[in-house]
Design a protein. Sequence first.
Length: 485
Amino acid sequence: MLRHSSTRFLSMAAAVFCLLVLFVTDMSFAQGESSGKRVLVGFKGEKGRQIAQQRRNIVSNYGGKVHHSFHIIPAVSARLSEKALARLKEHPQVAYIEDDVIMRAEAQTTPWGINKIDAPTAWGTSRGAGVHVAILDTGIDYDHPDLDDNIDGGVYFVGLINDGSTNPLHWDDVRGHGTHCAGTVAAEDNTIGVVGVAPEARLHAVKVLNDSGSGSTSDVVQGIEWCVDNNIDIASMSFGGSSTASLQSACNAANSAGVLLVSSAGNGYGGPVGYPAAYNSVIAVSATDSSDVIAGLSSTGPQVELAAPGVNVISTVPGGTYASKQGTSMACPHVSGVAALVMAAGIADVRTQLRITAVDLGAPGKDNYYGYGRVDAAAAVEDPGFDLSGLVYMPQDAPDLGYSVEEGDLVYFNSFDFVQSLNTATGGWSIHMPTDWVYFDWPFYYELVPGTPGILWFAIPPAGGIGVYHFSTSQWEVLPQIIPW
Ligand code: CA
Ligand code: CA
């Protein structure tokens, strides 16, 4: 069922894509104007400047209004009446007469994933300008016409020779994987090809994978180190493997240094989330299809933080062309792109913002397939209206992890069931929340009405007790029936 609809979408997407990015000729043509029909009259014999004038005269003599007689091809562009055309067609030197077909500029198409996450709506607020995104991958096709204006440069860390080289010939992409990911993040919004999630973000090719698509941990760690040293905002890592102490330390260090790390969960359905995605310091991304259903190729697990389009993703590939690929590798750059939009919008806590604005899918609240949900660019670039830094995230197993909550904290609960049985670690409260107490009215996010499963926010208000913070009025409501522990 899933497979069937995916295949159908692939062929549909491929058809639409080809129609738009290939050099399109419109089969309609200009006609019906008062002075006749626009045609190209082809002649037998050689081309040349001298004979071009003679051919001009022939067409004129048949009543044609000549626009140009070509010397690089034996043909004349002219406008003639239907009657004159019929007569000219019989001229012994005329080889053919064809319609002067209208040519159109190559068009840009918006990949389905870009629309699915509602990036075009977000562009009214943010386009990722000034945000630096490193693509740790097989390199980027440095002269791709849909990427080159957005590429700030790159660096090469594969192997020992040319290590650290910033020469484009070294970080150029042969395999195509990195170029594809780069296009999803920031393909240019122009008249050709595709457009990325954050079309004004700055791309950096950090080549840590070789032309076969694999790389060593040491090269990856070098790439991460380069990101820290070069003030990269977001590191997009569409690869994975097993955990090593060095990789984990490097991710933790980069995260602490302020680099937002995003990585693909892995391409093994039912299999565990790979590394670096599974580290706490990294956002793990699962892949969804155009129906917002988890892709059959996506790894899943408790570390999945967000979901994004990863099936039949059309993007840039080397040689100035485009191709469809799938995998959590394609989902990861969607999240990196949304993160760039959020950063450029000036929202401080990007990771929390991505979590709370994601579209919850599957089981209510955070789950092993979609994490907090599928990223939503339009919601993510909206100012949350309060300081997210005061937010304490409580996973479903929070009491076991010993999270403590203090007065003034905002607490984010990701599960309705969890809320009903929560005991905050400060030992002050056991919360009993009948569904008819619970509501939420943050306009651009959720409106949680009684009985509706979803994501809840509430907190310990400044005056003490447990309350609901009303984002619409910026006021606390202390809930009256809290039963002390
Ligand atoms: Ca484009
Ligand atoms: Ca969910």
